[in-house]
Design a protein around this ligand. Structure first.
Ligand code: SF4
Ligand code: SF4
Length: 179
């Protein structure tokens, strides 16, 4: 696969004085992130990550290390944490059984609460709340399904709205600018 020309860089250097040593504890406090301490930075996760293949600076190994170092702002404000394709390769290949995908979800939740959720993510949530499905259906799809005698797409938007309302996702504001 060709490497994309566009790459994204984290800040090149950082002083250890800037580390937030409570960050790792905050992440580890979540049950889904408890394997993080077992990571020994082997890089197997990054080697099998399809997003890393396209954006070499996106690296599960690097993100795991940044969390362990206490780089709270750099991690939570980074666009990278929203790049994941949810393929779970990192988890399947990790020799230490670190559940990186789950850790990423913890990071995304923390980032959203801090106001770093991408606008497109908020839009997609609204779409699910309004229609019960992630992508808006087009009239042409509906007609094609009818022509093929496929059942109609029944949505349970009211139930989904209630579930989303209970999680509080609908209250999250999108990030105002990229950081
Ligand atoms: S594969 Fe596992 S142990 Fe290796 S860097 Fe990734 S998370 Fe850490
Ligand atoms: S789940 Fe996300 S981070 Fe893990 S390998 Fe797939 S794209 Fe990469």
């Amino acid at each position: 696969m060709n490497k994309a020309k566009k790459t994204f860089k984290f800040k090149e250097t950082i002083s250890t004085l800037e580390f937030d040593y409570g960050f790792k504890s905050d992440v580890l406090a979540h049950p889904d992130a408890q394997g993080l301490n077992a990571c020994f930075s082997c890089g197997t996760c990054s080697a099998g990550c399809p997003i890393h293949e396209i954006f070499p600076d996106y690296s599960p190994k690097k993100l795991a290390k940044m969390v362990r170092l206490g780089m709270r702002k750099e991690v939570l404000s980074s666009s990278y944490i929203w790049y994941c394709a949810t393929c779970h390769n990192c988890e399947q290949r990790c020799p230490q059984n670190v559940k990186f995908f789950s850790i990423l979800n913890v990071l995304k939740n923390m980032a959203a609460k801090k106001g770093y959720a991408p606008a497109v993510w908020i839009e997609q949530t609204k779409q699910v709340m309004e229609t019960g499905i992630v992508f808006a259906t087009e009239d042409s799809w509906v007609k094609k399904r009818k022509a093929l005698s496929l059942r109609s797409l029944k949505v349970y938007a009211d139930k989904i709205r209630r579930i989303i309302g209970k999680t509080g996702i609908d209250k999250i504001k999108p990030r105002i600018s990229s950081v």
